[in-house]
Write a protein that binds this ligand. Structure first.
Ligand SMILES: Nc1ncnc2c1ncn2[C@@H]1O[C@H](COP(=O)(O)OP(=O)(O)OP(=O)(O)O)[C@@H](O)[C@H]1O
Ligand SMILES: [Mg+2]
Length: 248
């Protein structure tokens, strides 16, 4: 039985204008991601990875091509529709976690539900359950500064899941983590995929992430130039990250 397609990207292009000079950030990307897949995007700096993620996340609009999520073409949504899409259909995780410093872990997880109009009791209950899922039930009253980087990123994952999105987008989610915390985060992501068919697209420079993705794509000059199979990623992980860690 084939899984439902969650994200369908076709002929996606984005040009930015810098005075007279157009910059082609993305130049015709096709990508299909099905429910319960963890897909990686790798590539050199400036190759268009964040641009691609922003377009899928409805943070930006393409110059050409289309993004459809759960069969809805984002190009058909007005600005309000796109804001609603970002709130309900997508979860975001970032390199530096982007938690609200003045709020506790529990309140951070509640926030997107609050914006979506989920009643107080229900959102507190769901936030507690999500913190338990990410292994942080004992930390719900802590503010971000009282948590380690790995813990903050797990709160960010719980927050990303709070409105039960169709897809979770991560831009360098392990970029600020040591390799042990990166492994733990990817273990959590794999368990969310297996337990609740969560779908992830992760932009990364980290071989640990590539190793844990079901498949990855290499982007260069705004195009996907090849697919990286799972086994290939495993070899990468053994070498590069341990060499990096040896330097500290
Ligand atoms: N808002 C913008 N205005 C103009 N040019 C932009 C804008 N955003 C990105 N670009 C350009 O588009 C290209 C792709 O940028 P993008 O941020 O997608 O790269 P990236 O692959 O995420 O790089 P990195 O690994 O450094 O994060 C770059 O040449 C960048 O300078
Ligand atoms: Mg980027």
């Amino acid at each position: 039985m084939s899984r439902p397609v969650v994200v369908q990207v076709a002929g996606l292009a984005r040009e930015y204008r810098h005075g007279k000079f157009p910059v082609t950030a993305l130049n015709g990307v096709d990508l299909t991601v099905s429910k319960g897949e963890v897909v990686g995007i790798v590539g050199p700096s400036g190759s268009g990875k964040t641009t691609l993620l922003n377009l899928i996340g409805g943070l930006d609009r393409p110059t050409r091509g289309s993004v459809a999520v759960d069969g809805v073409d984002l190009g058909r949504l007005d600005d309000g529709g796109l804001a609603d899409y970002r709130l309900r259909k997508v979860g975001f995780i970032f390199q530096f976690y982007n938690l609200i410093p003045a709020l506790t872990a529990l309140e951070n997880v509640e926030l997107p539900m609050s914006l979506a109009g989920v009643p107080k009791l229900e959102r507190a209950e769901r936030a507690r359950a999500l913190l338990k899922t990410v292994g942080l039930e004992g930390r719900s009253g802590h503010t971000p500064e009282e948590l380690s980087g790995g813990e903050q990123q797990r709160v960010a994952v719980a927050r990303a899941l709070s409105n039960d999105p169709s897809v979770i987008l991560g831009d360098e989610p392990t970029g600020d983590l040591d390799s042990k915390s990166a492994e733990a985060l990817m273990g959590l992501i794999a368990s969310l995929r297996d337990a609740r068919q969560a779908t992830f697209i992760l932009v990364t420079h980290d071989p640990i992430v590539v190793a844990r993705c079901d498949r990855s794509y290499s982007v260069r000059d705004g195009k996907i130039i090849r697919q990286i199979a799972k086994g290939e990623g495993d070899k990468l992980a053994d070498n590069q990250r341990s060499m990096m860690d040896g330097l500290y």
